[in-house]
Design a protein around this ligand. Structure first.
Ligand code: HEC
Ligand code: HEC
Length: 414
């Protein structure tokens, strides 16, 4: 008996180790991306000590912000100038380029001014309205005092601390690796994805909305918010990464004191544009954002002027038929200088009608489009919407499994 106890202990310890390893969260990120995650969440890297990338790009809002326009700066009093975009589903985008017809696509930010995730990631640290550090060296100095500084040295060599520009670029590399590797940035597990995989069914309203979204005579949304899978089979991203001028109404409170013109001209102010493009025609154009997770957000368009998703859809339907609704005081397109009004897209569906004509989308159809856009929410954010859906839509697979399909764990194990 006595001689068996070491074996029993060994078995017990073994079992304990097994249980612990099974329950420990599995690290799926490379060391570089894990470092990027620490940097992304670290508020000590800002001048205020209060702001990190995650402050503005909150996971609960699809990695956009609850506030739309965020404050920042050394004392957190400087108002930002643009709506915080969702940074899910952006990592496969390439740099800004122009095709043979002069159509722009790609690039990061609303105006495409950063060519890569790395180039993008350096800007917030030094932006006086955001993390507001005076220079790269001061960011690197803050990093050297962080809890993960030793891992940064291990990955990049101890001599990195003597080369602030290299160290700053290495931080950006880590952030880009995090955004590329962490599955939360590209989950593809929305209700829409399940329906496309044949694992769930749209409700009648969602189905009608999906048809209107693609119908070239009705919503025509898919003309810019691509609804087809990519050439490599990637599910639809709901953007073609191009640019368009929507003539979005002015944000009543947003001022741009640091700019000579109190207007945000978007793409034409991108300083890296090739010289052979007609630059003035690009004034007022902004990037087509992905519509994935759009329903969890509260602010829409580059200037966050619209604060309700149904209103955003109504804007498309009635901008031209009922302009007074959107530009009550003064002229139409009131966030653009008059000389650029001809840049506003007035020819493509759903635009192009005269004031007083019937909108292409009636109130019921706007509701249907709204129901469809709500299916684009990732499972981790779907919450109570998912419960409601599983009750009403009665998806075939969920009924068989006896579980709500929109629960990511249940869905993944099907
Ligand atoms: C104060 C809020 C704020 C902070 C802090 C912030 N961002 Fe942003 N982010 C924004 C805004 C606003 C934009 C759009 C700005 C523009 O278009 O000029 C943006 C744009 C982006 C984009 C481009 C998205 C696209 O679709 O093109 C990425 C990627 C991004 N941020 C990542 C980061 C990372 C990484 C950090 C930390 C180093 C960070 N952000 C810190 C507000 C913030
Ligand atoms: C001709 C191209 C085009 C078409 C067609 C189009 N969109 Fe857009 N969409 C854009 C652009 C460009 C923006 C950003 C404009 C801006 O902020 O100034 C945008 C922004 C949006 C936003 C705000 C998203 C955010 O993150 O702020 C929503 C919602 C939206 N579109 C829904 C739709 C729906 C629904 C339809 C169809 C009824 C549609 N779009 C048709 C180009 C288009």
């Amino acid at each position: 008996m006595l001689r068996l106890w070491p074996l029993a202990v060994a078995l017990g310890v073994g079992a304990l180790v097994l249980v612990l390893t099974k329950n420990a969260p599995k690290e799926t990120l490379s060391p570089l991306a894990a470092l990027g995650r620490d940097i992304f969440n670290d508020t000590t890297l800002s001048a205020s000590g209060q702001q990190s990338c995650a402050t503005c790009h909150q996971s609960a809002y699809g990695h956009a912000s609850a506030h739309g326009i965020e404050a920042g700066g050394p004392d957190m009093q400087a108002m930002g100038q643009r709506n915080v975009p969702s940074i899910r589903y952006v990592s496969t985008r390439s740099a800004l380029s122009f095709d043979a017809d002069g159509k722009a696509s790609g690039g990061f930010f609303w105006d495409g001014r950063a060519a890569s995730l790395q180039a993008q990631a350096m800007q917030p640290f030094l932006n006086p309205l955001e993390m507001a550090n005076p220079d790269a060296a001061s960011v690197v100095q803050k990093l050297s005092r962080s809890s993960y500084a030793a891992r940064f040295s291990e990955l990049n060599g101890a001599s990195i601390w003597q080369q602030p520009a290299r160290a700053f670029a290495a931080m950006a590399d880590a952030l880009a690796a995090y955004e590329k590797e962490d599955p939360d940035f590209h989950r593809f597990d929305s209700w829409f994805d399940l329906v496309m995989q044949g694992r769930a069914r749209f409700s009648a309203a969602e189905e009608r909305g999906w048809a209107l979204f693609k119908d070239e005579e009705k919503g025509n949304c898919a003309a810019c918010h691509t609804a087809e899978p990519g050439v490599d089979g990637t599910p639809p991203l709901f953007t073609d990464n191009s640019y368009d001028n929507l003539g979005v109404p002015r944000h009543p409170a947003l001022r741009r004191p640091q700019q000579a013109l109190d207007h945000d001209l978007g793409l034409c102010k991108n300083t890296s544009l090739p010289t052979d493009v007609p630059i003035a025609t690009l004034c007022g154009a902004f990037k087509v954002p992905s519509l994935r997770n759009v329903a969890v957000r509260k602010f829409f368009f580059h200037n966050a002027a619209i604060t309700d998703l149904r209103e955003a859809i109504s804007f498309y339907a009635t901008r031209d038929t009922d302009p007074k609704r959107w530009y009550s005081k003064g002229p139409v397109f009131n966030d653009l200088p008059l000389k650029y009004h001809s840049n506003v897209n007035r020819s493509e569906v759903p635009y192009g009608q005269k004031p007083g004509e019937q909108p292409r989308l009636n109130e019921q159809e706007i509701d249907d489009l709204l129901a469809f856009l709500r299916t684009l929410t990732d499972a981790d954010l779907a919450g109570s919407v998912a419960k409601r859906r599983s009750a009403t839509a009665a998806p075939a697979v969920a009924a068989r499994a006896g579980q709500p399909v929109a629960n990511p764990k249940a869905a993944n194990s099907l």
